[in-house]
Design a protein around this ligand. Structure first.
Ligand code: F6P
Length: 321
């Protein structure tokens, strides 16, 4: 293998640039040429490949987003699209690919490998933290911190006005960001799709807290929860408790921003591990970090989630949330 490619695909996540930088630096150090593929599988299909050298990854470790760009590519979901991509990669002499992204990115890589390659190594890059085979995915820690900053600010105004606030955080089918930011923000209730929620029971519990002197009530809900999200919950609780309520949907603010140290370190560590994996002849596996150690999980295993929530944190919900 003389030349490898790297791409980011799906939703961007803070820490992706640290990972791209590590792939480039580790690849060059091993004597490989590294090609950056712009705009994920969409750019690959358009032949948007360019050599990446050390100067191309200077001063990027601290940047949010992805310097390679990202996109969704419906054509890559079809066999015809993947065959075209394979030809483009062969013409460019790419013998291995590092794919940084979430569930859809890894499934796309799996199909590419099954139909004839080249070798693909995945890096978990999604704020949702819903992949198996890693304790954390790139961007999750930063997204939690961003959500927490907003929650803290909302608590200030909630306390001043004694108004109930419901904050909706991201996580398409996953309550990881809600659980982590809710626990860290001392939320009175946390609503996640992984567990059923009884809004009337929650209202009773909140009433009890108010009766015991609670002035600010803050509820955190994951966007994917079947309860209907922040607006529906705020309306329900306002009616049940005869209180004024407000709903805030944090949205894409959680995807941007400079990665915190944990995501820069994880991106660097996994980027280097991805290059090592290609050099070791591994294929169709995601590199992850479990208990501080690098592990390799087949794509099919890593994407068989969503990853269950941390049972210990979840247990705290009953006691504190
Ligand atoms: O996959 C990450 C994620 O941020 C989800 O939490 C969210 O539901 C989704 O992406 C939003 O995607 P889009 O940018 O397409 O609106």
């Amino acid at each position: 293998m003389r030349r490898i490619g790297v791409l980011t695909s799906g939703g961007d996540a803070p820490g992706m640039n640290a990972c791209i930088r590590a792939v480039v630096r580790a690849g060059l150090a091993a004597g490989l040429e590294v090609a950056g593929i712009r705009r994920g599988y969409l750019g690959l299909l358009a032949g948007e490949l360019e050599p990446l050298d050390r100067p191309d990854v200077v001063n990027v470790i601290q940047l949010g987003g992805t310097i390679l760009g990202t996109a969704r590519a419906p054509r890559f979901e079809r066999r015809e699209g993947r065959d075209a991509a394979r030809q483009i990669l062969a013409d460019a002499g790419i013998g291995g690919l590092v794919l940084i992204g979430g569930d859809g990115t890894l499934k796309g890589g799996g199909a590419l490998v099954d139909e004839g390659g080249p070798a693909c190594i995945g890096v978990p890059g999604t704020i949702d933290n819903d992949l198996l085979g890693t304790d954390r995915s790139l961007g999750f820690a930063t997204a939690v911190d961003t959500a927490l900053g907003a929650i803290d600010r909302i608590r200030d105004t909630a306390t001043s006005h004694e108004i109930l606030h419901v904050v909706e955080v991201m996580g398409r089918h996953s309550g990881w960001i809600a659980l982590a930011s809710g626990v860290a923000g001392g939320a009175e209730a946390i609503v996640v799709p992984e567990t059923p929620t009884d809004l009337d029971a929650m209202a009773d519990r909140i009433r009890d807290e108010i009766d015991h002197g609670k002035r600010a009530v803050l509820v955190v809900v994951a966007e994917g929860d079947p309860s209907g999200g922040a607006v529906a919950i705020a309306d329900h609780l306002a009616a049940a408790l005869d209180l004024e309520s407000r709903a805030t949907i944090l949205g894409h603010v959680q995807r941007g921003g400079s990665p915190i140290a944990a995501d820069r370190i994880l991106g660097t560590s996994l980027g280097a591990a991805a290059v090592d994996s290609l050099l070791e002849g591994r294929n169709a596996v995601m590199v992850g970090e479990v208990g501080g150690r690098i592990v390799h999980s087949p794509f099919a295993e890593a994407t068989s989630g969503p990853a269950p929530l941390d049972p210990h944190l979840l247990g705290l919900l009953d006691r504190f949330g």
